[in-house]
Design a protein around this ligand. Sequence first.
Ligand code: GDP
Ligand code: MG
Length: 708
Amino acid sequence: MAPETSGSENSGSAPLDAVRNIGILAHIDAGKTSLTERLLHVAGLRPVAGGVDEGTTATDYLDIERERGITVKAASVNLGWKGCFIHLIDTPGHVDFGAEVDRSIRALDGAVLAVCGVAGVQSRTEVLIAACAKSGLPRLVFVNKMDRRGADFLSVLDDLRFGVEPGVVAVQMPWGEGESFKGIIDLIRMDARRFSEDLPPLPSGRERGDEPAELLCAIPEDLLPRAEKLRSFLVEKLADHDLSIMEDFLTGAMVSPERILVALRRATLSLSLVPALCGTAFRDLPAMLLLDAVRDFLPSPFEAATPEGVEPKTGSKVRRRPDRHESFSALVFKTSSDPQNGRLCWTRVWSGSLQAGGRILDSQSKVIVRTKKIFSIQADKLEETPEAAAGDIVALSLSGAPSVGGSGATLCDPAHPLLYESMRVPEPVVSVVIEPRTASDTAKIGSALEALVAEDSALRVFEDPQTGRYELSGLGELHLEVATERLSREYGARIRTGNPRVAYRETLTVAVSHREEFDRDIGGERMRTAVEAELAPGPRGSGMLIEAAPGLRIPAVWIEAARKGLSSALSAGPVSGHPLDDIRATIRDVQVPTGSGRLAEVAVEAAASLCGRYCTSHAKGILLEPVMRVEVEVPEAFFGATAAAITSRGGRLESVDDVQGGKSIAAAAPMRVLFGFATELRSATEGRAVFQARFFRFEPAPPSISGT
Ligand code: GDP
Ligand code: MG
């Protein structure tokens, strides 16, 4: 699709076809933070590039944040680059979790996958690439750390090509590798640029302009054959998609750089090819060439695929055009809070425009709110702006409760509602009890927890009205540690926390149906009704489904009341009161109650709840425990110790693969044996292991745990 240029501007002065909304995605330690710093530096936003190892970067400031990728401080930046406006968007944390990756990727128009030149393709690289492919996101690969010993560009490309990224093609190659990495060879123009030799490659601390212009020169003789081979591979791949290149390829004519650029842009946008670049985050030149490639190959908002939405009124699926004259629709991809402005919703506008003061609908919760302020995100500052339009990424401050406009929410024109695919929130697997230290902390905790949960959809909170204690659940020990630390540090709540515990679930093993006759006085009025329902075990992972039996002809209000009652009965299982899961509940009948109004609804709700409780207590409940998929990468020397640490805790090894620099181990282990595992692993491997555990599935707990 050719970029549309007529009269298309976003809220700033940037013509929309000069805008690139992109994210940098990477496995931990591949150099995402260092590369971001270098990009800011070459675009003139930072006189000195910060260094991760000196703790001076703009985007990272907590160790815990780095380890886990949890975004504590929101960071998205706008860079001007050779006539382009590049919005670098920091996608939210929890990238270990499939559904979250898909969602965060949906705010972007294109991506740069940074891959470590030494470690190659790692577990998270695979997850990220698969998610990009699934969402149809055009992307580039940047093979980083080419200056490190053991870096091997072509072998990383082979791993990608024969693995998760079959369309990868080199557009550059390194001039030397490891300690002899001297510069970058451009395979499109067939020239080379060498780094200046007199300056050692320092990670940071040099002033902008210190680095003399890299010298443009011919490709060294000894590297020419390889460069020619790679270029003809590139041309051959392009020929598959471009007839005129095919003709030149067949006749052996030289294909001009201009033609390659045009054809490669088209092939990248159509997801046929993925251009690969190389470099180091410690030099300016690779970052500059990367920005050129973002401009040359990644889509503007016009060319990007807008997500498909559903019109709630008609149920029909639509794609709105990225045009300011369309009805307004937008997706909130993360939230944060700011001392001056309170809660901010980071929003990608897909269609139409929005003015400060304007009223918008949160399609999920069906609540209409007012847009108090609109901010454009300028470097790490917010700048108030009167309007946002299709293609923009802005922060909104909204009136109303924090549950409105949360992460994943669709915001739209109330007159033309639309709902973008809502996100599946990852399963919490660990919980911790939080208690206020004094009565005055109680109120603080409540609102602070509310703010935390609004910001991080993977956290859930449950208040026990009897004890005044809160139970906070999340994705792992570290996740809860960060959250509770923030409660006291940022919100000043003094709290006591219990030990983290596993968040168990329960399910039923047989189907039971029951009819509950209800005949009681409610609020001085005699209420008679009956609810008949069946509860049956559903397939593993199916969650909770409550539906009316097909053909049941009863006014929706009573079905809704019965659904509420059943859902409350299913919130606590028969084994030990944990929430029930993987259940299919069918409402078979609701007897229209005597009496009317709200009290009649209460009667149906109560009857349904009693009916649900009868069924759960007769359906042979069992306890389910969360089982995690554990992935560890370790240097060869620590493989034995790592495997022992996993199996001695009762984890099952599932696969062991050779990766550059060591082994990659995949295992499954119940969450309950993983408490303290990160610490044990750190000491067993002298801190050399890269570890992640993510929710895999719920499995029946052994009798020793469930006491059955
Ligand atoms: P992130 O976890 O992906 O954000 O990675 P960081 O930017 O925090 O980098 C992880 C480590 O790799 C740090 O010690 C960096 O100094 C180092 N590093 C990052 N990029 C490069 C590079 O291009 N070359 C070398 N030699 N080290 C790098
Ligand atoms: Mg980082």
